[in-house]
Design a protein around this ligand. Structure first.
Ligand SMILES: [Zn+2]
Length: 316
């Protein structure tokens, strides 16, 4: 059993204009860091398919999906919100980003891989049922969760979000009563901070841990041990999906937390232990934020190495 690495060249063509922090260089940095760490030879490298409208409409309003498909620019830029822009490649990139999650679910459910990392952009966790937001067009992780529940026969799926920003879009999707029994979301995020959500009486399936600016790995680890792990153990997820943003890294100046690569490796190992007990080791991880290119590359490698090391210990 291997770790799948799912990406697509279309995700490198989505560009929101000069000077934008969420730029193609981010994905290039992740790919290059994986290559120079010798990871690509060890991973099952796959191309992300295009998610179709029906897959996106499991979590997004049909009118929203239709409007993105219909208004996507054929030239120039289209401004969706103050931070989110489409160029002529963005629709394909957004469909590949969501499609990567669908393929990752197929891989881990079908036994093609033990777990999977989707190196994709645009990111997804700020996109709500009916709105793009904060560099996100479609909610990639949400689309994968709904696919696992509605098409793969799973009863319970957990989402873990360790991006520095609160995943308000994912919370919006799965706070709906019809999902509450079947989806548990655990997250930590800097607070107060963009998008200033996650603290006002979240739904009971949301384990939200707001952390003050400056919180480091020790603070995060203790919060995870105290709040995330017991909730995950009790929930017994049949699949764990990770919104893997690396902008809580201390070198990432877009955020103000102070994690290092080792913290991402530790988090990943803790989640692997939960997956070992409850979800037949099935984990699907999807790239969210991370804006310091060097820290992003090193952190993504630490995360994926931990996912893949599970296989090495198995082989030994
Ligand atoms: Zn973020």
């Amino acid at each position: 059993m291997t770790t799948a690495y799912i990406t697509h060249a279309d995700c490198l063509r989505h560009d929101m204009g000069p000077g934008h922090p969420e730029n193609p260089g981010r994905l290039a940095a992740v790919n290059e860091a994986m290559r120079s760490a010798g990871m690509l030879d060890r991973l099952r490298c796959l191309e992300a398919p295009l998610a179709d409208a029906d897959a996106l409409k499991r979590v997004h309003h049909a009118a929203y999906v239709d409007s993105i498909f219909e208004t996507a620019p054929v030239e120039g830029y289209l401004q969706l919100d103050p931070d989110t822009v489409m160029n002529p490649y963005s629709l394909a990139a957004a469909r590949r980003a969501a499609g990567a999650g669908l393929l990752a679910v197929d891989e881990v459910m079908g036994g093609g891989a033990a777990n999977a990392f989707c190196a994709v952009r645009p990111c997804g966790h700020h996109a709500t049922r009916g709105q793009p937001m904060g560099f996100c067009i479609f909610n990639n992780i949400g689309v994968a969760v709904a696919y696992a529940l509605e098409k793969k026969g799973l009863e319970r799926v957990a989402i873990v979000d360790f991006d520095v920003h609160h995943g308000n879009g994912t919370e919006d999707l799965f706070s709906a009563p019809r999902w509450q029994e079947r989806v548990l979301m655990t997250s930590f995020f800097q607070h107060p901070f963009y998008p200033n959500s996650g603290t006002a009486s979240p739904a009971r399936n949301m384990i939200n841990l707001p952390l003050p600016a400056g919180s480091d790995g020790a603070a995060v680890r203790s919060a995870v041990v105290q709040h995330w792990l017991p909730a995950l153990e009790k929930f017994e997820p049949q699949l764990i999906l990770i919104s893997a943003g690396f902008d809580a890294h201390r070198e990432d100046l877009l955020g103000g937390l102070a994690l290092i690569e080792d913290d991402y490796a530790w988090l990943t190992r803790e989640l692997l232990a939960v997956a070992e007990r409850h979800s037949k080791k099935r984990i699907v991880s999807m790239l969210e934020g991370g804006y310091n290119l060097a820290a992003l590359g090193r952190s993504a490698v630490a995360h994926v190495k931990s996912l893949a090391e599970e296989d090495l210990s198995e082989a030994a």
